[in-house]
Design a protein around this ligand. Structure first.
Ligand SMILES: [Mg+2]
Length: 283
């Protein structure tokens, strides 16, 4: 039970782990998390909650949580919401919606508004900006490298519209500005940019840290990530860990000098970093 969360020693810190998925706990190419298996098993044994925070949808994350045996809260679509599965260790924060088997705390802008705004921005700027809502499953499958059934989970979007624009595009600034005037933002991601509300992973993580601090003594927080959309999450924890990647970690390191850099990339790096930080609890 990863969320019963009983420290083994009196006054020992109670760790809570927040983690990105793609490129961090999941291999960026094969999407496997298996190399992180030993550290995930240790978290389970020690009662350390592992909170997934991703740009993936709730539907995609449910599959991974099931495979990993997690029953902790989780953060889909770049902090668009926090889901608190039932039965939880404590009531969810105020404002959460009761959805039978889970509580949902919405933080982002609803998807229908994002799709409507994208249409307006397209007409205003005279640009053919295409989002998931304009694509067939075949096209999304080709662009993401995901199979058809995985794509069906990826299009069950609630708070984030992936759009086919690159951050180096000459139109990026105009699109960002048009989004900003509508109370939205455009966040560069791996394969896509993301049109979303002003939510981010850091805001959702702060809410969960307060939630854990209200129910657990001496909370220490760890976050692991590999991309700019993880920066806000890495800034609000005690132990930020940058997972080594091919591109962004050197630039990100400048923004978070306190971060430790994983020795390996992806889930292997995750495994080493978490075993290293938690080793104090097992001595
Ligand atoms: Mg990532």
């Amino acid at each position: 039970m990863e969320d019963t969360h009983q420290p083994e020693k009196a006054n020992a810190p109670s760790y809570v782990i927040f983690t990105d998925l793609d490129g961090t706990l999941l291999d960026p190419h094969s999407y496997t998390w298996k190399p992180a298996g030993p550290a995930l098993a240790l978290c389970k044994r020690l009662g350390v909650p592992v909170i997934l925070a991703s740009s993936k949808t709730r539907a995609e994350m449910e599959v991974l949580r099931h495979q990993m045996g997690l029953s902790t809260p989780f953060i889909p679509e770049n902090g668009g919401a926090i889901y608190f599965p039932k039965p939880g260790v404590a009531p969810p924060p105020e404002g959460a919606l009761d959805l039978q088997d889970t509580w949902k705390l919405s933080l982002g802008t609803p998807y229908w508004r994002l799709v409507e705004s994208l249409k307006e921005i397209r007409e205003e700027l005279g640009l053919q900006i295409r989002g998931f809502s304009n694509m067939s499953l075949d096209e999304i499958s080709r662009l993401t490298g995901l199979g058809k059934s995985a794509c069906k989970l990826a299009i069950m979007r609630e708070f984030d519209e992936p759009i086919l624009v690159h951050e180096n595009s000459p139109h990026f600034a105009a699109i960002s500005h048009a989004a900003w005037r509508r109370g939205l933002k455009v966040v560069p991601g791996g394969r896509f940019c993301h049109l979303q509300g002003k939510n981010d992973k850091g805001q959702a993580v702060r809410i969960l840290i307060s939630w854990y601090k209200a129910i657990v003594y001496n909370v220490r927080t760890i976050a692991l990530g590999d991309s700019p959309n993880d920066l806000e999450m890495l800034r609000v924890v005690d132990f930020p860990v940058l997972i080594r990647s091919q591109s962004s970690f050197v630039e990100m390191q400048k923004q978070i000098p306190a971060a430790r850099i994983s020795t390996h990339a992806g889930p292997e790096g995750w495994n080493h970093a978490v075993l290293d930080i938690l080793s104090g609890l097992t001595e």
